[in-house]
Design a protein around this ligand. Sequence first.
Ligand code: ASP
Ligand code: MG
Length: 410
Amino acid sequence: MALIVQKFGGTSVADPRKIKAVAGRVMAYHDKGHRMIVVLSAMAGETNRFIDLAQQMQKMPDPREMDVILSSGEQVTVALFAMAIKEAGLDAISFLGDQVKISTDSMHTKARIKNIDTELIQKHLDEGKIVVVAGFQGVDENNDITTLGRGGSDTSAVALAAALKADYCEIFTDVEGVYTTDPNIYKAARKIDRISYDEMLELASLGAKVLDIRSVGFAKRYNVPIHVRSTFTDTKGTWVVKEDKEMEDMLVSGVTYNKNEARITIAKVPDTPGIASKIFWPISDAGIVVDMIIQNTRAGELTDMTFTVPKTDYDRAMELVEKIAQEIGAERVTGSRDIAKISIVGVGMRNHSGIATTMFQVLSNERINISMISTSEIKVSCVIDEKYTELAVRALHDAFALEMENVPDE
Ligand code: ASP
Ligand code: MG
C-alpha cells in the first residue's frame, strides 16, 4: 500500500468523457489499497481562453485579478472529477490551493510555493477519500490567490508529494515518457526507463514536452521519484529518480538540440580588464539572457567575443552590441540566426573520459563544423549550422548506441 500523487494534464481532462476515464484509472489504484491524491490541470485550452478574455479588458491585465481568473480552470476540473468519483460509488473531495493551504510568495502569475499544510489532506485520506487538489495555484500572505506560471500543475503535484512524503508522483500526459532524442527527428529514439534528476534538468528541451522542468528541481531537492507516463495507455513511462550506479555506466542518456538561439560575434575587441562586463552589462540590463560565451585569444591586444542569445532577442541584442562595439573600439559585429545547439547528456561523463572527443569525431565524420563548444559536468554542447541539426542528432544517437533496446523489467 502506497501514498501516490497522480497529476493529469489538460489534454487528459479535456472533456467530461476523459475526466470519467481518468477517474476510473485513479479508482483502480484506490481499489488496490493505495491512498490517492489527484492533482489536475484546467481542461486543455481553458487557460489560454482566460488570458484572451483578460486581455480584452485590460491591455496589461492586473496581475492579482489575472490570478483570480487563471486559477478558475482548475477549480472546474477538480469539482467535476470529485463528482465522477462519487457517481461511481467511491468518496472524494476537491480542494483549491488556498483551502489546502498551499502558501506561495506574492509574485502573481509566477509565484513560488513556500509551504504546504498537510493536515486537511491527511484527514480526508484517513477517512478513505480520494483527495483532489487544484494544480497551478496557491495563496499568498495577504490571502490573495496566486498561480505558479504556465505548466505549474506539475510543480503543484511534486510539491504535494514532497510535503506528504508520498511514495512517488505520477505525471500523466499525452506522451509516453522521455525519449533519448526527439522522435520527430529520429525514429530510432527510444523511451528512457530511468533517468536522474540532473540529466532530466539538462535534457530540458526534450523533457519540456513531457513535464514542467521546474518540478524536477523540486523533486530533486526533496527526493521525490517522478513517473511520467501516458494517460491513454497502460505502458510504463520514464522514472525520474535519484542518480545510481547503473546510470553511471551509461555514457550518454540523451541527445538534444535547440534551435532557439542565435550567435553574435564581436571581432577584435581590445583585450583589457573590464571589457566583458562592458559588453554584457547592457545586454543583461535589457533582460536578454546570454547562454554560451567564448572569448578567443589572439596574438596581441585584441580578442574575439562570441556568445548566444535567444533568437527572439537577436535584433535587440544586435542593436545594443553594435553600439557597445563602437564605444569600446571593437572592429565589427557579425551574427547568425541559423545556428543550432546540439547537446549530449549523461551522468556517465563524470567518470568516463573521451566522451566529448567522440562527439567531436562524430560531427567531423559528418563534415559538420563546430563553431562553439561548452561543457558542464554531465553535458557537452556544440553550436553548428542549423541545417545540419537532424544529421548531427542522428549520427550522435547512433554513435552512442542509444537505440539499444532496454531489458524490460516488468
Ligand atoms: N492550466 C495551467 C496552464 O495551462 C497549468 C497547467 O496546466 O499546468 O498552464
Ligand atoms: Mg503541462
